[in-house]
Design a protein around this ligand. Sequence first.
Ligand code: PLP
Length: 399
Amino acid sequence: MKEGRGPTVPDMGESDLLPVYRRPSTLFVRGKGVTLEDEEGRRYLDFTSGIGVNALGHGSLTVRRAIQNALESGLVHTSNLFRTAPAERLAELLVAHSIPGRAFFCNSGAEAVEGALKFARRRARTIGGPEKHEIVALRGSFHGRLFGSLAITDRPALREPFEPLMPGVRFVEPEDGEGLERVVTARRTAAIVAEPVQGEGGIHPLSEGYLRHLRDVAHRAEASLVFDEIQCGLGRTGRLFAFEHAGVEPDLLVLAKPLAGGLPMGAVIVGEKVAGAIQPGDHATTFGGGPLVATVAVAVVSEVARPAFLEGVRRRGDRVREHLEGLRAASDAVRAIRGRGLIWGLELDEPVAPLVEEARRRGLLLVPAGARTLRLLPPLQIEDAELERGLAIVAESLP
Ligand SMILES: *Cc1c(COP(=O)(O)O)cnc(C)c1O
């Protein structure tokens, strides 16, 4: 316990921060590329990328230049009462690369999900009135920690202390096409929400057939199909968007984590059908799409959308797959490997927390995805030698 703080605040070894995170005492002071350095000068390979945020690594020249350029203009914020050029340029860029429609900008993943839910309900109400409001989500999903996004997140331990959450949510098992058809109805369903690669739930790529089925069922029910690509989008899978692998287009596409190179930003790409139902005043946020973050996001998206960049991610992804298949063959501890591009999960027969700690002692930073799955999310431009070194530490750290 910390002195003078009353008896209820546990000492997490970290000052006056609210103790909602459990984290090691290592204090990071510097970053460059894939490497983070702590206050004692120890270096770590960062295979977390700040949970998929630092897609271009730490201290990226692209990001630093964009921040400098944005500051030159003197415009950090004007509010959404007024037009600014970077947000409009970013909207044009994202729409050109994703689905025909319009873009809405906000400040985080959960906030983008909340926006998508509102937009989907807005469209549904114009079609079917208030009864058409249900949101269908998948078992194993993670969509954020606010009251709407948490309501469609299948994590009882995260939900229960805060119930009641947003009502009108139905969960279905992924890959169960019949189960989906039983729950989705034209009368009641406003939206079906899915992560094409489930992230926090353990790195589960949904099959292309199931993604197509989601599209068909949503279409027949005049419900909006929402893809949450906050973690798997923007180059992570080796395509700009994960839905491209299946050739299935959503009605709403939700983005965040890597979008603005580490500055907080979320986006909803709103397909034409949904955008047509939205009126001025339906939604708003003070900070969303400000000139600083939007300038950086234009630079990041322009970089990761380059065909050669995405080709590099796919090539590195093939190397990772080979390595992990070797590990699975060689180790009884590895139950399954899943992923594509540079998002991978290694499922073990036991909790992965000790492995994460062992890897950190050996100079590799990792983050679990659920209790038994180790998650690999290295920066997308990682060099082969760094990739090999990190994978070697994973192998050495296995139980
Ligand atoms: C991280 C994440 C979110 C929540 O994003 P925040 O910025 O933490 O609110 C939502 N959906 C997915 C798939 C995520 O990975």
